[in-house]
Design a protein around this ligand. Sequence first.
Ligand code: FAD
Length: 435
Amino acid sequence: MTSVVIVGSGFTGFECARRLARTLRRDPSVTITIVSPVDYMLYTPLLPDVAGGVVDARFVAIPLSTTLKGVRTVKGRVESVDFEGRQVRYRDPDDDVHTLSWDRLVLTPGSVTRLFDIPGLAVHARGLKSTAEALYLRDHFLGQLELANDDGDPVRQAARRTVVVVGASYSGTELALQLRALADAAAEQLGFAPEAARFVLLDVAKQVMPEVGERLGAAANRVLRSRGIDVRLGLTLKEVRADHVILSDDSRIDTHTVAWVTGVTGAPLVETLGLPMEKGRLKVGADLEVAGRPGVFAAGDAAAVPDLTRPGQITQPTAQHATRQGKTLAHNVAASLGYGVPKPYKHHDMGLVVDLGPHHAVANPLNVHLSGFPAKFVTRAYHLYAIPRAANRWAVGLAYLADALFDRAVVSIGLATNDEAGFAASEGIPLPGAD
Ligand SMILES: Cc1cc2nc3c(=O)[nH]c(=O)nc-3n(C[C@H](O)[C@H](O)[C@H](O)COP(=O)(O)OP(=O)(O)OC[C@H]3O[C@@H](n4cnc5c(N)ncnc54)[C@H](O)[C@@H]3O)c2cc1C
């Protein structure tokens, strides 16, 4: 028997497993196993919608069991790899340790939030990389709005109604605008003035969403300002406390809700493997194989994949590249088993779609710059097309419809606790004593 082990069930690992199972369906001598701490593939582009209460968390979680036919799924977090003995060691949710043997190893553990050594950051801020974080941000903020309504101390009341989002790239911008829409619904239903809810969006960069270019970045900036978001560029956090933050210009903002959405770095596992690295990611060739380690492949956010369309650069950590690299991985792993010939990864960037809350979006599909209604249409249609399971697509489509027809539900069900949404528990970032 030949064993293919895939580490991680994100965009890359999921697509690789799905394609490989199809290619090798008639070959009973090959087993494909995917190991991941979760039993789903997370459609991250809609996490801001989960935080904003538009879409349910289950709708963006694609179950591995029904979508990966012919693939064995194992729930656990890989802790180490023995390259000589060809084994991975993983820890299951019960804390028991197991090993799996491999003949081909596919490393796709993705990325985690990039943290900085800012006092209080890991304790009081929360990220937006997991369902726990998105649910926590929604529930926590709604809980603060409810508490503010009965708070007799005007300073604390204003702090409870204030959100600081750090990171004005597409995910931070989407988050700020989705929470703004949630606050508007809460204002109407709980009976306070919508402008009492205050949003500050910070970034060290000088531009909002540099990924979409200057023109669309400016369009997004206009939407942010029209929605009353206080955009402060060239700034970051210096200190985070339970009831306030200090910015890098020494100004203070009283707040109980801080979202840290400033960027990502390779998953902690990749640094421990002793393999060559570039910019915090595993160095691979254009064929996605790790140099000097035959049979070991890597791609997605965890890998520094050469961008053949922009010589000298590596591909951006996006879902678009991750999915396409998953396809190339499947092709090249199959080739290494005698099915076809390997090919290099080459993909031109097709652009981004960015949902800016009710009625607004910007998008640059195939470098055509769109804003307003056309962008909104393209953005939502793209997500409905890209979600890899019909039932999830239906659920998200109906959620969009419900959002258009009805008020957003202002309910904090408390599905993710503060600890569960911490960077250590929800993303697996080692933070001794911090969370
Ligand atoms: C809020 C948000 C919005 C985004 N929006 C967009 C967008 O609109 N468009 C776009 O192109 N991109 C977007 N992205 C980026 C996109 O999500 C990533 O580029 C993509 O998820 C990378 O895929 P991946 O498979 O490499 O990693 P991931 O999707 O991060 O998956 C990694 C997988 O590995 C698992 N894992 C981690 N460590 C281990 C381990 N030790 N053992 C086993 N399994 C492990 C994880 O649990 C996960 O299942 C967004 C990201 C975020 C956070």
